[in-house]
Design a protein. Sequence first.
Length: 170
Amino acid sequence: MIENCNQTFLNRFWSKVSKNPDDNGCLIWLGSRVNGRYGKISSGGRFGLMLLAHRVAYEIATGIDPGNLKVLHSCDNPICCNPAHLSLGSSLDNSQDMVSKNRQSKGERVPSAKLKSDSIPQIRALYATGGYSQKAIALMFGVSQGTIFRVVTGETWKHIQSPNRSESAL
């Protein structure tokens, strides 16, 4: 990744990292970012490559090029460049870490979500009465019947507990 790493690049890289760790021990990237999240730095020159700062920090500290592996943050701070907080892992490791820490998008955090969290117990309660079809509930909430099916069966919005979930949703 940074095969021609020289002192000029190292000085430029570390000049963009905070000198004092924050309360979590993170060394914060102060330079530019990719979509406001991960730090980035050019490898230099007219046609320099854009490199992710945490990956560069890992390689500088360990001498290991991450290649196709992910560089995971134990601190969950995408702008942290503290090598002690970084480790290598696969895409699966990264996904499992995200789920274990409950950081995955779900509910209203899913960009395509049409429903709000407070609607879910109401939808399930309406369906549980037996007085409303999934299609009728879908019309009330402006979504598809399939969306209601996934809500009442618990396929989606699993993190929202509804009272009396023991009844059959189908």
